[in-house]
Design a protein around this ligand. Structure first.
Ligand code: GLC
Ligand code: CA
Length: 599
């Protein structure tokens, strides 16, 4: 018997809205200055209200925390700072009760040098299975030319070990030795770790840094065929023993190199779309849609069961590895005026500061995130426009405590402030007194309310997670326009026209919509019908950085509100019939229409 995950639909990840968070940063329950699972438990209602359907937890395993937990010292336990294994299980079950799936990390490329396997390996004789859990060499000339990833801290992919009297291989920090996938014991251990968490009911695993699993001399040691064999093996075991589970590939590669991580639908069901991300920022800054349409044109089709994971920001630097040299120069120039904002090959800033705290730009980027093909992944704190602290080391500036209210430590912890794992953001613009959940909940026009409404709206239409994408090509390149289309299994279909103005000035564009002649575009936030489409170019005007999501409906049907209105509203409408379209059109808050969980 296969063990089923919490979702009922095996393709649940296609309709998901994922929220990425670190338990350490979310809520501290016991006043030690470190977020923990009981704290997260107390914030699940918040996540449910926000409308996200899946929580991605950054690594929470025992670890010396020299790479924020990606340096694992024990795969099958919880770091005691965050609580116990049982605390984790309680959160997992409580998330499932709220119909939320839980995605965790399976970091299999490397461990911490404090992992007992590494400590044993150093002492074991060369050539023994214990030593061979990792990749060793007598010379640091093996695999010469393989690029270094953490360019700011590492000089080589090899580090000499005084105890073993050999070099060990590491693609990341020197305290993170790479596991040796040529040793069958490594795969056994990886599968044990997978089973440990999947048996408990975890719905998905993010496979960290998988392009680097297997090394082969004379290659870049990235994406080698043997690596794909290993991932297929993991997937096969998962499919044989579990149902409705997910593996998500972290492969920071060009689209053509990521494509093989989907296999024939027999590797990862999901993979991040890394190259799209910087190009959204580039298109915005250049006020030109080309960077986006260009990378999407280079994005290959993927098997029907597969899905892209798309994001604006995450816990790492905004990586600029998957852009050309010119594009990288431009991004550094446009988005990181202060050199402290840069790290490795990227920019360590959060969404709001990247766009100068401009609400319309934040909304525009989110509207793309929520309407492009794939599953959107939001980074904690970005829904309220949190800031960053570029004076913290490494990528820690974007990992500061969640800002819940204007009490001490932003409501994150009752500890004395000096004890917090990282200081809360304090500056006058992004500080917790200005930016916090409580204030934004009480403000109907806050970014938090806006985000919640957009998530709710997206979830009413499967087209966003499952539909096709086709770009229109209006002469005005400051306007990005695309059609999403989905044919459901039951003959029901959805067609949505998205139009976005990438410019800081108002724009007009003529769209060729002949194909949809006589249909009526209905603005989806307010359910407001626009003029019907004719055989002539369709004229559309947009405010600076504004966007429309327009459902194309047959003329007869338009417009039908998705959900019946309340009696009070009906009475209101009866009293003021003429105000109705006006009110609906100008009301950014659609909570009445879409929020009371429509599913
Ligand atoms: C992934 C993680 C990153 C980590 C690295 C090494 O890229 O996202 O945070 O430092 O792997 O484990
Ligand atoms: Ca704590």
């Amino acid at each position: 018997m296969k063990k089923a995950g919490s979702a009922t639909d095996p393709l649940w990840y296609k309709d998901a809205v994922i929220y990425e968070l670190h338990v350490r940063a979310f809520q501290d329950s016991n006043g030690d200055g470190i977020g923990d699972f009981p704290g997260l438990m107390s914030r699940l209602d918040y996540l449910q209200d926000l409308g996200v359907t899946c929580i991605w937890l950054l690594p929470f395993f025992p670890s010396p925390l020299r790479d924020d937990g990606y340096d694992i010292a024990n795969y099958n336990d919880v770091n005691p700072s965050y609580g116990t294994l049982n605390d984790f299980k309680l959160v997992l079950d409580a998330a499932h009760q709220r119909n939320m799936q839980v995605l965790i990390e399976l970091v299999i490329n490397h461990t911490s040098d404090q992992h007992p396997w590494f400590q044993a390996a150093r002492l074991a004789p060369p050539g023994s299975p214990e030593r061979n859990m990792y990749v060793w060499s007598d010379t640091d000339k093996l695999y010469e030319g393989v690029r270094i990833i953490f360019t700011d801290t590492e000089k080589s992919n090899w580090t000499w070990d005084e105890v073993a009297k050999q070099y060990y291989w590491h693609r990341f920090f020197s305290h993170q030795p790479d596991l040796n996938f040529d040793n069958p014991r490594v795969m056994e251990e990886v599968l044990n770790a997978m089973r440990f968490w999947m048996d408990m009911g975890v719905d998905g695993l993010r496979l960290d840094a998988i392009p680097y699993l297997v090394e082969r001399d004379g290659t870049s040691c990235e994406n080698v065929p043997e690596t794909h064999v290993k991932i297929k093996e993991i997937r096969a075991v998962m499919d044989a023993e579990y149902s409705n589970r997910l593996v998500l590939a972290e492969a920071n590669m060009w689209p053509a190199d990521v494509r093989p991580y989907f296999g024939d639908g027999d590797e990862c069901q999901m993979a991040f779309h890394f190259p799209l991300m910087p190009r959204m920022y580039m298109a915005l800054r250049q006020e030109d849609r080309l960077p986006i349409t260009d990378i999407m044109a280079q994005t290959p089709d993927i098997p029907p069961s597969c899905q892209w994971g798309i994001f604006l920001r995450n816990h790492d630097e905004l990586t600029l590895e998957m852009v050309t040299d010119d594009e990288r120069d431009y991004m550094y120039y446009a988005y990181s005026a202060d050199p402290r904002m840069r790290i490795n090959v990227g920019i360590r800033r959060r969404l709001a500061p990247l766009v100068d705290n401009n609400r319309r730009r934040i909304e525009l980027l989110n509207s793309l995130l929520l309407s492009f093909p794939g599953t959107p992944i939001m980074y904690y704190g970005d829904e309220i426009g949190m800031g960053d602290n570029i004076y913290l080391g490494d990528r820690n500036g974007v990992r500061t405590p969640m800002q819940w209210n204007s009490d001490r430590n932003a409501g994150f912890s009752t500890a004395v402030p000096a004890r917090l794992y990282f200081p809360v953001i304090l500056d006058p613009i992004y500080g917790y007194q200005a930016i916090n959940v409580e204030a934004q909940l009480s403000d109907q026009s806050s970014l938090l309310h806006w985000t919640r409404n957009m998530i709710a709206l997206r979830k009413l239409f499967q087209v966003f997670g499952r539909g096709t994408l086709e770009f229109l090509s209006p002469a005005n390149r400051k306007v990005l326009a695309y059609i999403r289309h989905y044919e459901g299994p039951d003959g029901h279909s959805e067609t949505v026209l998205c139009v976005a103005n990438l410019s800081r000035f108002a724009q007009a564009a003529l769209l060729d919509l002949k194909q949809y002649e006589s249909m009526v575009p209905v603005e989806m936030l307010g359910y407001v019908p626009f003029p019907p489409i004719t055989d002539q170019p369709y004229a559309i005007t947009l405010n600076p950085y504004s966007f429309f999501w327009l459902e194309l409906q047959p003329a007869m049907e338009a417009p039908q509100p998705p959900i019946p209105i309340s009696d009070e509203e009906a009475a209101e409408i009866a009293l003021h019939p003429i105000d109705v379209p006006q009110t609906a059109a100008t009301q950014p808050d659609v909570s009445r229409a879409v929020v009371p969980d429509a599913s």
